[in-house]
Design a protein around this ligand. Structure first.
Ligand SMILES: [Zn+2]
Length: 323
């Protein structure tokens, strides 16, 4: 890729927009149009990450790193320059489409009583939480029409995985959560597979930018587990979307000094606990301290709260968690 193409890529991806899409929240404007916030690249407790949207540059006073959006992608995803460029190009292509789909799904949520009823049943009630997680609903049968009307060609929708090969909406009757470069869809009905992602990576740990600044982090399997903990006031929580962590998620947990509380499902067959033990060993080998949280048998954090558990009781489980 030549210099001009690189400059063009940087122009098309404003650093601030990219940061915000990766959950960065600027703490405050500090004059000359610049912003200061927590550093997404190291365990930061005081805002030390400066962004200048006009120059499209960042600098961190904590870890002393800085540069442009490509440099940020290299550091954030821990990849080499060519991979960072490839990730950014892919993001540039997909981001506007996913953003539109996400916006559409969020409008649908409040038009379909069944989706709100389902959320209630899963302990998701407050408008703040729905807003925080940007939760939407895919009724099926109308996303394609909406996006094509906006000018997105059908092959692009198919390539993104939003529409099937025969032209139907891929997500039907699913609660939708936007992720980093993907959309997770949870089925309302038992007849369809419960979990679905669009093709491509599921991204890093969920809401990591917020969780990573805490010395103790709670890791859960599912977004509904994340949701009830957030609703109960926990902010040091993150989610791996399954028990198997991808390389990016694993690196995120290893980067910095912290204790990770693994609160995976206590399934009857022990698979969640086995996965937690296995992950705990791998993290310890990398010098990360871990605790295994034991939920009552048959429960996950979501069902623990939905069946009446409260923050006080969950704090008790954390205190009891074994090394
Ligand atoms: Zn930093």
């Amino acid at each position: 890729m030549n210099r001009r193409a690189l400059d063009e890529l940087k122009q098309q991806i404003p650093l601030l927009e990219y940061l915000q899409a990766h959950d960065w929240q600027q703490a405050r404007p500090i004059g000359f149009g610049r912003f200061l916030g927590l550093c997404p690249l190291h365990a930061d407790h005081q805002p030390s990450f400066l962004v200048d949207p006009h120059k499209n540059l960042f600098h961190c006073y904590g870890c002393r790193r800085g540069g442009d959006v490509i440099r940020f992608a290299e550091l954030y995803h821990q990849v080499e320059f060519p991979q960072a460029v490839a990730l950014l190009r892919q993001w540039r292509g997909m981001a506007p489409l996913l953003h539109e789909a996400d916006r559409f799904y969020r409008v649908q949520l409040h038009r379909h009583g069944e989706s709100v009823a389902y959320l209630h049943q899963c302990g998701v009630r407050s408008p703040e939480l729905i807003e925080h997680m940007r939760i939407g609903y895919a009724p099926g049968g109308c996303l394609r029409g909406w996006l094509t009307q906006l000018g997105y060609p059908l092959p692009a929708l198919h390539q993104a995985g939003l529409v099937t090969a025969v032209g139907y909406d891929a997500y039907i009757h699913r609660i939708v959560f936007p992720l980093e470069g993907n959309l997770y869809g949870r089925s309302l009905s038992d007849s369809a597979p419960a979990h679905r992602f669009l093709p491509g990576a599921k991204g890093g740990l969920y809401a990591w930018a917020q969780a990573q600044s805490y010395p103790e982090v709670i890791l859960v399997e599912g977004l509904f587990d994340y949701a009830v903990l957030w609703e109960a006031g926990f902010r040091n929580v993150t989610c791996s979307l399954g028990t198997h962590l991808n390389a990016q998620q694993f690196r995120q947990l290893c980067d910095g000094t912290r204790t990770v509380y693994l609160a995976f499902d206590a399934d009857g067959n022990g698979s969640g606990q086995q996965a937690a033990q296995c992950l705990s060993r791998s993290l310890r080998e990398r010098g990360v301290s871990t605790r295994l949280v034991s939920l009552p048998e048959g429960h996950d954090p979501n069902s623990f709260f939905v069946t009446g558990g409260n923050a006080h009781e969950f704090h008790h489980l954390l205190a009891e968690a074994c090394r």
